[in-house]
Design a binder for this molecule. Structure first.
Ligand code: URA
Length: 442
Protein backbone atom coordinates (compact mmCIF):
# COMPACT_ATOMS: atom_id res chain seq x y z
CA UNK A 1 0.00 0.00 0.00
CA UNK A 2 1.24 3.53 -0.71
CA UNK A 3 0.06 6.67 1.05
CA UNK A 4 -0.01 8.59 -2.23
CA UNK A 5 -2.58 6.19 -3.71
CA UNK A 6 -4.85 6.64 -0.69
CA UNK A 7 -4.53 10.42 -0.92
CA UNK A 8 -5.51 10.22 -4.59
CA UNK A 9 -8.40 7.87 -3.82
CA UNK A 10 -9.78 10.29 -1.22
CA UNK A 11 -9.08 13.30 -3.42
CA UNK A 12 -11.30 11.73 -6.09
CA UNK A 13 -14.08 11.26 -3.54
CA UNK A 14 -13.90 7.51 -2.99
CA UNK A 15 -14.29 5.78 0.34
CA UNK A 16 -11.25 4.12 1.90
CA UNK A 17 -11.45 0.59 3.27
CA UNK A 18 -10.81 -0.22 6.92
CA UNK A 19 -7.45 -1.76 5.98
CA UNK A 20 -6.40 1.41 4.16
CA UNK A 21 -7.37 3.66 7.05
CA UNK A 22 -5.57 1.44 9.58
CA UNK A 23 -2.47 1.52 7.38
CA UNK A 24 -2.52 5.34 7.17
CA UNK A 25 -3.03 5.84 10.91
CA UNK A 26 -0.52 3.19 12.02
CA UNK A 27 2.22 4.20 9.66
CA UNK A 28 1.73 7.88 10.45
CA UNK A 29 1.87 7.13 14.20
CA UNK A 30 5.15 5.28 13.70
CA UNK A 31 6.61 8.07 11.57
CA UNK A 32 6.67 5.95 8.40
CA UNK A 33 4.27 8.31 6.63
CA UNK A 34 5.56 11.90 6.67
CA UNK A 35 3.60 14.95 7.84
CA UNK A 36 3.21 16.28 4.29
CA UNK A 37 1.34 13.18 3.16
CA UNK A 38 -0.94 13.13 6.20
CA UNK A 39 -1.58 16.86 5.66
CA UNK A 40 -2.56 16.17 2.04
CA UNK A 41 -4.84 13.38 3.19
CA UNK A 42 -6.52 15.65 5.78
CA UNK A 43 -7.07 18.28 3.08
CA UNK A 44 -8.62 15.65 0.80
CA UNK A 45 -10.95 14.67 3.68
CA UNK A 46 -11.73 18.34 4.27
CA UNK A 47 -13.04 18.68 0.70
CA UNK A 48 -14.47 15.22 0.08
CA UNK A 49 -15.72 14.27 3.54
CA UNK A 50 -15.97 10.70 4.75
CA UNK A 51 -18.70 8.10 4.80
CA UNK A 52 -20.02 7.06 8.24
CA UNK A 53 -18.18 3.75 8.09
CA UNK A 54 -14.91 5.48 7.24
CA UNK A 55 -15.29 7.83 10.23
CA UNK A 56 -15.89 4.87 12.54
CA UNK A 57 -12.85 3.08 11.09
CA UNK A 58 -10.71 6.22 11.46
CA UNK A 59 -11.88 6.66 15.06
CA UNK A 60 -11.06 3.07 16.01
CA UNK A 61 -7.71 3.14 14.20
CA UNK A 62 -6.88 6.24 16.26
CA UNK A 63 -8.04 4.54 19.50
CA UNK A 64 -5.76 1.61 18.67
CA UNK A 65 -2.78 3.91 18.05
CA UNK A 66 -2.01 3.93 21.77
CA UNK A 67 -2.93 2.77 25.25
CA UNK A 68 -6.49 2.36 26.44
CA UNK A 69 -7.81 3.01 29.91
CA UNK A 70 -9.41 -0.07 31.40
CA UNK A 71 -12.17 0.89 33.81
CA UNK A 72 -13.66 -2.63 33.91
CA UNK A 73 -12.67 -3.22 37.54
CA UNK A 74 -14.64 -0.22 38.74
CA UNK A 75 -18.18 -1.22 39.70
CA UNK A 76 -21.15 -0.48 37.46
CA UNK A 77 -21.42 1.53 34.28
CA UNK A 78 -19.02 4.43 33.89
CA UNK A 79 -20.03 7.66 32.20
CA UNK A 80 -17.84 10.41 30.78
CA UNK A 81 -18.61 13.93 29.67
CA UNK A 82 -16.89 16.15 27.12
CA UNK A 83 -17.36 19.75 26.07
CA UNK A 84 -16.13 21.02 22.72
CA UNK A 85 -14.95 24.12 24.60
CA UNK A 86 -16.33 27.48 25.50
CA UNK A 87 -15.95 30.58 27.62
CA UNK A 88 -16.74 30.61 31.37
CA UNK A 89 -17.49 26.90 31.07
CA UNK A 90 -16.58 25.31 34.40
CA UNK A 91 -19.20 22.56 34.09
CA UNK A 92 -16.73 19.70 34.73
CA UNK A 93 -15.80 21.18 38.12
CA UNK A 94 -19.45 20.98 39.16
CA UNK A 95 -20.73 18.05 37.15
CA UNK A 96 -18.03 15.52 38.03
CA UNK A 97 -18.51 15.74 41.84
CA UNK A 98 -22.27 16.05 41.40
CA UNK A 99 -22.60 12.82 39.41
CA UNK A 100 -20.06 11.08 41.66
CA UNK A 101 -22.13 12.14 44.70
CA UNK A 102 -25.10 10.40 43.05
CA UNK A 103 -23.11 7.15 43.31
CA UNK A 104 -21.86 6.94 39.72
CA UNK A 105 -18.07 6.57 39.26
CA UNK A 106 -16.50 9.45 37.33
CA UNK A 107 -12.99 8.80 35.99
CA UNK A 108 -12.41 12.04 34.14
CA UNK A 109 -9.48 12.89 31.94
CA UNK A 110 -9.37 16.53 31.05
CA UNK A 111 -7.31 18.93 29.01
CA UNK A 112 -5.72 22.35 29.26
CA UNK A 113 -7.05 25.57 27.83
CA UNK A 114 -5.99 26.77 24.41
CA UNK A 115 -6.82 30.10 22.81
CA UNK A 116 -9.85 31.86 24.23
CA UNK A 117 -11.34 28.70 25.78
CA UNK A 118 -10.38 27.49 29.24
CA UNK A 119 -9.30 24.02 30.35
CA UNK A 120 -10.28 22.05 33.44
CA UNK A 121 -6.71 21.13 34.41
CA UNK A 122 -5.58 24.75 34.58
CA UNK A 123 -8.61 25.68 36.64
CA UNK A 124 -8.04 22.87 39.14
CA UNK A 125 -4.36 23.73 39.43
CA UNK A 126 -5.32 27.12 40.82
CA UNK A 127 -6.20 25.21 44.01
CA UNK A 128 -2.94 25.23 46.01
CA UNK A 129 -1.27 21.81 45.99
CA UNK A 130 -3.79 20.18 43.63
CA UNK A 131 -2.13 17.67 41.32
CA UNK A 132 -3.63 16.66 37.99
CA UNK A 133 -0.68 14.41 37.09
CA UNK A 134 -1.92 11.11 38.53
CA UNK A 135 -0.36 7.76 37.75
CA UNK A 136 -2.82 5.37 36.13
CA UNK A 137 -3.03 3.10 39.19
CA UNK A 138 -3.49 6.00 41.60
CA UNK A 139 -6.16 7.47 39.33
CA UNK A 140 -8.10 4.19 39.32
CA UNK A 141 -7.64 3.63 43.07
CA UNK A 142 -8.98 7.08 43.78
CA UNK A 143 -12.09 6.48 41.66
CA UNK A 144 -12.58 3.19 43.50
CA UNK A 145 -12.26 4.96 46.85
CA UNK A 146 -14.33 8.13 46.34
CA UNK A 147 -16.02 7.62 42.93
CA UNK A 148 -14.15 10.58 41.47
CA UNK A 149 -10.82 11.65 39.98
CA UNK A 150 -9.95 14.34 37.44
CA UNK A 151 -6.53 14.08 35.86
CA UNK A 152 -4.61 15.05 32.75
CA UNK A 153 -4.91 12.75 29.78
CA UNK A 154 -2.01 10.32 29.58
CA UNK A 155 0.36 11.03 26.67
CA UNK A 156 0.01 7.39 25.62
CA UNK A 157 -3.73 7.70 25.00
CA UNK A 158 -4.44 8.30 21.27
CA UNK A 159 -0.92 9.64 20.56
CA UNK A 160 -1.79 10.02 16.88
CA UNK A 161 -4.44 12.61 17.72
CA UNK A 162 -1.84 14.96 19.19
CA UNK A 163 0.29 14.55 16.08
CA UNK A 164 -2.63 14.98 13.69
CA UNK A 165 -4.14 17.91 15.57
CA UNK A 166 -0.83 19.78 15.51
CA UNK A 167 -0.66 19.19 11.77
CA UNK A 168 -4.29 20.16 11.12
CA UNK A 169 -3.79 23.32 13.13
CA UNK A 170 -1.18 24.61 10.67
CA UNK A 171 -2.66 23.22 7.44
CA UNK A 172 -6.18 24.64 7.55
CA UNK A 173 -7.81 21.29 8.24
CA UNK A 174 -9.09 21.66 11.81
CA UNK A 175 -12.68 22.37 10.87
CA UNK A 176 -13.47 19.16 9.03
CA UNK A 177 -16.37 17.40 10.76
CA UNK A 178 -15.14 13.80 10.15
CA UNK A 179 -11.70 14.70 11.51
CA UNK A 180 -13.14 16.53 14.54
CA UNK A 181 -15.56 13.69 15.28
CA UNK A 182 -12.81 11.05 15.08
CA UNK A 183 -10.47 13.19 17.19
CA UNK A 184 -12.99 13.73 20.01
CA UNK A 185 -14.54 10.27 20.00
CA UNK A 186 -11.20 8.42 19.83
CA UNK A 187 -10.10 10.17 23.05
CA UNK A 188 -13.40 9.44 24.79
CA UNK A 189 -13.41 5.78 23.72
CA UNK A 190 -9.77 5.28 24.75
CA UNK A 191 -10.55 6.87 28.15
CA UNK A 192 -12.68 3.81 28.87
CA UNK A 193 -16.17 4.97 29.89
CA UNK A 194 -19.17 2.87 28.83
CA UNK A 195 -21.38 5.87 28.10
CA UNK A 196 -20.63 9.39 26.94
CA UNK A 197 -22.40 12.75 27.19
CA UNK A 198 -21.14 15.42 24.79
CA UNK A 199 -21.75 19.13 25.11
CA UNK A 200 -21.37 20.41 21.55
CA UNK A 201 -21.24 24.18 21.61
CA UNK A 202 -21.97 26.63 18.84
CA UNK A 203 -21.81 30.40 18.58
CA UNK A 204 -19.39 33.29 18.98
CA UNK A 205 -17.29 31.72 21.74
CA UNK A 206 -17.28 28.19 20.30
CA UNK A 207 -15.17 26.80 17.50
CA UNK A 208 -18.35 25.78 15.63
CA UNK A 209 -20.22 28.90 14.68
CA UNK A 210 -23.72 27.63 13.82
CA UNK A 211 -26.28 25.33 15.39
CA UNK A 212 -26.54 23.44 12.11
CA UNK A 213 -22.83 22.54 12.12
CA UNK A 214 -23.00 21.58 15.80
CA UNK A 215 -26.00 19.37 15.02
CA UNK A 216 -24.11 17.62 12.22
CA UNK A 217 -21.08 17.02 14.45
CA UNK A 218 -23.30 15.80 17.31
CA UNK A 219 -25.11 13.38 15.01
CA UNK A 220 -21.87 11.93 13.65
CA UNK A 221 -20.46 11.43 17.15
CA UNK A 222 -23.65 9.80 18.50
CA UNK A 223 -23.53 7.42 15.55
CA UNK A 224 -19.86 6.57 16.15
CA UNK A 225 -20.73 5.83 19.80
CA UNK A 226 -23.57 3.58 18.71
CA UNK A 227 -21.40 1.68 16.21
CA UNK A 228 -18.75 0.90 18.84
CA UNK A 229 -21.20 0.13 21.67
CA UNK A 230 -20.48 3.30 23.68
CA UNK A 231 -23.90 4.85 23.87
CA UNK A 232 -23.57 8.59 23.43
CA UNK A 233 -25.88 11.56 23.91
CA UNK A 234 -24.95 14.92 22.41
CA UNK A 235 -26.44 18.12 23.78
CA UNK A 236 -26.16 21.14 21.50
CA UNK A 237 -25.70 24.36 23.49
CA UNK A 238 -25.42 28.05 22.80
CA UNK A 239 -22.07 29.78 23.31
CA UNK A 240 -22.80 33.26 22.00
CA UNK A 241 -22.63 34.58 25.55
CA UNK A 242 -20.33 33.16 28.24
CA UNK A 243 -21.91 30.25 30.11
CA UNK A 244 -20.98 31.44 33.58
CA UNK A 245 -20.14 34.86 34.97
CA UNK A 246 -16.41 34.34 35.53
CA UNK A 247 -13.69 34.02 32.89
CA UNK A 248 -10.27 33.01 34.21
CA UNK A 249 -8.97 30.03 36.13
CA UNK A 250 -9.20 30.79 39.88
CA UNK A 251 -12.26 32.97 39.25
CA UNK A 252 -14.02 30.04 37.57
CA UNK A 253 -13.15 27.72 40.45
CA UNK A 254 -14.73 30.25 42.81
CA UNK A 255 -17.85 30.40 40.66
CA UNK A 256 -18.07 26.59 40.45
CA UNK A 257 -17.76 26.40 44.24
CA UNK A 258 -20.58 28.91 44.65
CA UNK A 259 -22.77 26.64 42.50
CA UNK A 260 -21.69 23.61 44.54
CA UNK A 261 -22.51 25.57 47.71
CA UNK A 262 -25.98 26.01 46.20
CA UNK A 263 -25.57 29.78 46.39
CA UNK A 264 -25.53 30.57 42.71
CA UNK A 265 -28.22 30.15 40.06
CA UNK A 266 -27.99 30.80 36.35
CA UNK A 267 -27.07 29.13 33.08
CA UNK A 268 -24.00 27.36 34.43
CA UNK A 269 -26.02 25.59 37.14
CA UNK A 270 -28.87 24.89 34.70
CA UNK A 271 -26.52 23.24 32.21
CA UNK A 272 -24.82 21.14 34.90
CA UNK A 273 -28.19 19.82 36.06
CA UNK A 274 -29.23 19.08 32.47
CA UNK A 275 -25.99 17.33 31.45
CA UNK A 276 -25.82 15.53 34.80
CA UNK A 277 -29.36 14.21 34.43
CA UNK A 278 -28.47 12.85 30.99
CA UNK A 279 -25.43 11.14 32.52
CA UNK A 280 -27.59 9.50 35.21
CA UNK A 281 -30.14 8.36 32.62
CA UNK A 282 -27.43 6.78 30.46
CA UNK A 283 -26.14 4.60 33.30
CA UNK A 284 -29.68 3.75 34.49
CA UNK A 285 -29.11 5.45 37.85
CA UNK A 286 -32.55 7.06 37.50
CA UNK A 287 -35.69 6.08 35.64
CA UNK A 288 -36.51 9.39 34.06
CA UNK A 289 -35.47 13.00 33.59
CA UNK A 290 -37.52 14.37 36.49
CA UNK A 291 -36.09 11.90 38.97
CA UNK A 292 -32.52 12.64 37.85
CA UNK A 293 -32.94 16.40 37.97
CA UNK A 294 -34.44 16.27 41.48
CA UNK A 295 -31.71 13.98 42.74
CA UNK A 296 -28.99 16.33 41.49
CA UNK A 297 -30.74 19.39 42.91
CA UNK A 298 -30.91 17.62 46.26
CA UNK A 299 -27.17 16.85 46.14
CA UNK A 300 -26.49 20.56 45.67
CA UNK A 301 -28.90 21.50 48.44
CA UNK A 302 -27.62 19.00 51.03
CA UNK A 303 -23.94 19.78 50.40
CA UNK A 304 -23.05 16.25 49.23
CA UNK A 305 -21.69 17.42 45.85
CA UNK A 306 -19.56 20.08 47.57
CA UNK A 307 -18.30 17.45 50.02
CA UNK A 308 -17.36 15.21 47.08
CA UNK A 309 -15.38 18.06 45.53
CA UNK A 310 -13.53 18.57 48.85
CA UNK A 311 -12.73 14.84 49.00
CA UNK A 312 -11.27 14.98 45.51
CA UNK A 313 -9.17 18.05 46.37
CA UNK A 314 -7.87 16.33 49.47
CA UNK A 315 -7.04 13.08 47.64
CA UNK A 316 -5.20 14.99 44.90
CA UNK A 317 -2.99 16.92 47.32
CA UNK A 318 -4.91 20.20 47.50
CA UNK A 319 -6.24 22.09 50.49
CA UNK A 320 -9.94 21.14 50.90
CA UNK A 321 -10.55 24.27 53.00
CA UNK A 322 -10.76 26.03 49.65
CA UNK A 323 -14.43 25.04 49.39
CA UNK A 324 -15.30 27.61 52.04
CA UNK A 325 -12.31 29.93 51.94
CA UNK A 326 -11.82 31.46 48.50
CA UNK A 327 -8.90 33.59 49.79
CA UNK A 328 -6.82 30.39 49.40
CA UNK A 329 -7.12 30.77 45.62
CA UNK A 330 -4.61 32.96 43.77
CA UNK A 331 -5.68 36.61 43.82
CA UNK A 332 -4.69 39.25 41.28
CA UNK A 333 -2.96 42.36 42.67
CA UNK A 334 -5.41 44.78 41.09
CA UNK A 335 -9.09 45.09 40.36
CA UNK A 336 -10.77 47.56 38.06
CA UNK A 337 -14.54 47.89 38.13
CA UNK A 338 -16.03 48.78 34.78
CA UNK A 339 -19.32 50.67 35.24
CA UNK A 340 -22.34 51.04 32.97
CA UNK A 341 -22.07 54.15 30.82
CA UNK A 342 -25.85 54.43 30.41
CA UNK A 343 -29.13 52.97 31.64
CA UNK A 344 -30.67 50.18 29.57
CA UNK A 345 -30.29 46.44 28.97
CA UNK A 346 -27.22 44.36 28.39
CA UNK A 347 -27.68 43.72 24.67
CA UNK A 348 -24.27 42.30 23.84
CA UNK A 349 -21.94 40.13 25.89
CA UNK A 350 -19.64 38.64 23.30
CA UNK A 351 -18.19 35.33 24.48
CA UNK A 352 -15.35 35.35 21.96
CA UNK A 353 -14.08 38.84 22.80
CA UNK A 354 -14.47 38.23 26.54
CA UNK A 355 -12.48 34.99 26.20
CA UNK A 356 -9.82 36.77 24.17
CA UNK A 357 -9.68 39.58 26.74
CA UNK A 358 -9.10 37.11 29.56
CA UNK A 359 -6.36 35.57 27.43
CA UNK A 360 -4.79 38.99 26.94
CA UNK A 361 -4.75 39.41 30.73
CA UNK A 362 -2.77 36.16 30.91
CA UNK A 363 -5.56 33.67 31.77
CA UNK A 364 -5.21 31.69 28.53
CA UNK A 365 -2.57 30.33 26.18
CA UNK A 366 -1.88 31.56 22.68
CA UNK A 367 0.29 28.48 22.04
CA UNK A 368 0.45 25.15 23.86
CA UNK A 369 3.76 26.20 25.42
CA UNK A 370 2.62 29.59 26.86
CA UNK A 371 2.52 29.96 30.64
CA UNK A 372 -0.61 31.37 32.24
CA UNK A 373 -1.57 33.52 35.22
CA UNK A 374 -4.15 31.62 37.26
CA UNK A 375 -5.38 34.67 39.19
CA UNK A 376 -6.40 37.03 36.40
CA UNK A 377 -9.64 37.28 34.47
CA UNK A 378 -13.05 38.87 34.34
CA UNK A 379 -16.02 38.75 36.66
CA UNK A 380 -19.24 39.71 34.93
CA UNK A 381 -21.85 41.23 37.25
CA UNK A 382 -24.87 41.50 34.99
CA UNK A 383 -26.26 38.64 32.88
CA UNK A 384 -27.08 39.11 29.21
CA UNK A 385 -30.41 40.89 28.60
CA UNK A 386 -30.73 42.13 32.23
CA UNK A 387 -31.50 45.76 32.96
CA UNK A 388 -28.72 47.97 34.23
CA UNK A 389 -28.51 51.54 35.52
CA UNK A 390 -25.88 54.09 34.58
CA UNK A 391 -22.97 53.79 37.03
CA UNK A 392 -23.80 50.22 38.14
CA UNK A 393 -20.84 47.77 38.15
CA UNK A 394 -20.82 45.82 34.92
CA UNK A 395 -17.68 43.79 35.19
CA UNK A 396 -14.52 43.55 37.33
CA UNK A 397 -11.15 43.12 35.67
CA UNK A 398 -8.68 41.16 37.82
CA UNK A 399 -5.18 41.98 36.56
CA UNK A 400 -1.53 41.86 37.50
CA UNK A 401 0.09 43.88 34.72
CA UNK A 402 -0.82 47.54 34.84
CA UNK A 403 0.31 48.14 31.26
CA UNK A 404 -2.41 45.81 29.96
CA UNK A 405 -5.35 47.70 31.43
CA UNK A 406 -5.78 50.28 28.67
CA UNK A 407 -5.84 47.75 25.84
CA UNK A 408 -8.13 45.44 27.82
CA UNK A 409 -10.60 48.29 28.35
CA UNK A 410 -10.48 49.10 24.65
CA UNK A 411 -11.20 45.48 23.78
CA UNK A 412 -14.03 45.24 26.31
CA UNK A 413 -15.72 48.23 24.71
CA UNK A 414 -16.31 46.01 21.65
CA UNK A 415 -17.56 43.05 23.73
CA UNK A 416 -20.32 44.77 25.65
CA UNK A 417 -23.19 46.97 24.58
CA UNK A 418 -26.02 48.52 26.56
CA UNK A 419 -29.19 48.94 24.51
CA UNK A 420 -32.46 50.74 25.04
CA UNK A 421 -34.86 47.76 24.75
CA UNK A 422 -34.58 44.24 26.19
CA UNK A 423 -32.80 42.02 23.63
CA UNK A 424 -34.13 38.63 22.62
CA UNK A 425 -32.59 35.90 24.78
CA UNK A 426 -31.33 32.85 22.94
CA UNK A 427 -32.13 29.49 24.55
CA UNK A 428 -29.15 27.73 26.10
CA UNK A 429 -30.24 24.28 24.91
CA UNK A 430 -30.31 23.82 21.14
CA UNK A 431 -30.95 20.10 20.70
CA UNK A 432 -30.60 16.67 22.29
CA UNK A 433 -29.28 13.92 20.06
CA UNK A 434 -29.64 10.30 21.13
CA UNK A 435 -29.54 6.99 19.27
CA UNK A 436 -33.31 7.44 18.81
CA UNK A 437 -32.83 10.66 16.87
CA UNK A 438 -32.56 14.42 17.22
CA UNK A 439 -34.92 16.45 19.34
CA UNK A 440 -34.70 20.17 18.65
CA UNK A 441 -35.12 22.09 21.89
CA UNK A 442 -36.14 25.39 20.36
N1 URA B 1 -11.45 19.20 19.78
C1 URA B 1 -10.77 18.04 19.61
O1 URA B 1 -10.49 17.33 20.57
N2 URA B 1 -10.40 17.70 18.35
C2 URA B 1 -10.68 18.45 17.27
O2 URA B 1 -10.33 18.07 16.19
C3 URA B 1 -11.39 19.65 17.47
C4 URA B 1 -11.76 20.00 18.74
Amino acid sequence: MRAVDLILKKREGHALTKKEIVYLVNDYTQGKIPDYQMAAFCMAVFFQGMAKEEIVNLTMAMVNSGEKMDLANLPGLKVDKHSTGGVADSTTLILAPLVAAAGVPVAKMSGRGLGHTGGTLDKLESIPGFSTALLKDDFLKQVEKINLAIAGQSKDLVPVDRKMYGLRDVTGTVDSLPLIAASIMSKKIAAGADKIVLDVKYGRGAFLKTRETALKLGEIMVEIGEKVSRETIAIITNMNQPLGMAVGNALEVKEALLVLQNKKRGLLRDLCLYLGTNMLILVNRVRNFKEGYHLLEELLENGKALEKFAQMVSEQGGNPQVINDFSLLPQAKNQYVLKASRTGYLGKLDALILGQTAMLLGAGRSTKESSIDLAVGLEIHVPFAESIKKGDPLLTIHYNQQEKLAVVLKQLATAIEIVEFPPVKEPLLGARITKAGTELLF
